[in-house]
Design a protein around this ligand. Structure first.
Ligand code: ADP
Length: 326
């Protein structure tokens, strides 16, 4: 059995709905097992500046329903240097923290992996990102909420699109991953999704136009994943204006509203299960792993796999969207 007596917890990088539910789950399950919990504010920055407070069960009362993160989050350049990480390690020793739970996306888990290796320090990660772009887990904390937010927004935009007979490009987040765009398109009955995963295979815009979309319809909605590979919604709209004049094209960029809001039941339950599993993992002497979920089972995914590998898009979803948007 492990000697872990104190777990530090932090949220880092982009915030995601459900992070609070995860903080609550880690805190309560650690305390349940007799472990002290310390909340680290502002991600890795708080580790360096020693913004650390002991968390009791009451510190995480009434937060399961809240979006954002009560621990705040930050992007910390200093942590990317060996000197910065040494400072963080000194603070960890000073605070008596024996292990860390890091909740964040690809970048945060990359930082966790480097730190864990450098100092041989136990860290377990939780996938907290709306992008769903971490390999080895079916979904990430925040993804379902963001998808539902997108669905509500697109439903509203469709009212206008239909009234004015327009082509709408709606840009959604994803940072090089098309999960939000593709599943958002299926959920809203959109005509197409333009996603980075297949951008190099086909000219999705040309395909869309050539397939004669909008011929039999009075409006069209296309979800575009924000990414340098797709070019984003603005660039695609410019292309339409030049190459296919005659289309009345409009752009909506959903932006940060996709990150906010109260987490869905799915994200609250996922975050609660993953948070509890993170404590179990540390007690089992696991380190350098991300907690994932596959076929409704908790799994441990080595950081090296979760970060390095591109998570493939499910081709069946692409086919479904194509077939349903005729
Ligand atoms: P996300 O976790 O949402 O992907 P970022 O990519 O902004 O967000 O990463 C969050 C933080 O993780 C960074 O500000 C930095 O402190 C840390 N980080 C990211 N990449 C590295 C790295 N290669 N080495 C050390 N720390 C890193």
């Amino acid at each position: 059995m492990t000697q872990i007596k104190c777990i530090g917890i932090l949220t880092s990088g982009g915030d995601a709905p459900g992070m609070n539910a995860a903080i609550r789950a880690v805190t309560r399950s650690a305390i349940y097992s007799g472990i002290t919990v310390k909340g680290i504010y502002r991600g890795y920055r708080g580790l360096i500046t020693d913004e650390i407070v002991e968390f009791k069960t009451q510190n995480v009362s009434n937060i399961i329903q809240m979006g954002g993160t009560i621990l705040k989050t930050a992007r910390c350049k200093e942590f990317q240097t060996p000197e910065g990480r040494q400072l963080a390690y000194d603070v960890i020793k000073h605070e008596g923290i024996d292990a860390l739970v890091v909740i964040g996306g690809d970048g945060s888990l990359t930082g966790a992996r480097i730190f864990a290796t450098e100092f041989n320090f136990p860290i377990v990660g939780l996938p907290g990102t709306i992008d769903n772009d971490l390999f080895g887990t079916d979904t990430t904390i925040g993804y379902d909420t963001a998808l539902n937010t997108i669905m509500e927004c697109v439903d509203k935009i469709r009212d206008t699109a239909t009234s004015h007979e327009r082509l709408f490009f709606i840009e959604v987040m994803g940072r090089d991953a098309g999960f939000l765009a593709l599943n958002g398109a299926i959920a809203t009955g959109a005509e197409a999704a333009i996603i980075p995963e297949i951008s190099t295979e086909v000219d999705q815009l040309a395909e869309l136009i050539q397939n004669g979309f909008r011929k039999s319809k009075n409006s069209s909605i296309v979800l575009v994943a924000e990414s340098p590979i797709t070019g984003g919604a603005m660039a695609l709209a410019e292309r339409v204006k030049k190459e296919y004049p005659g289309y009345d094209v409009r752009v909506t960029i959903l932006g940060h509203l996709q990150r906010g809001g109260s987490p869905t039941a799915h994200d609250r339950i996922l975050a609660s299960r993953m948070g509890a599993a993170a404590v179990d993992a540390l007690l089992e002497d696991q380190r350098n792993v991300m907690i994932g979920i596959r076929n409704d089972e908790i799994v441990y995914v080595p950081f090296s796999k979760a970060i390095k590998n591109d998570k493939p898009i499910n081709r069946e979803l692409l086919n479904t969207l194509r077939r349903l948007s005729i």
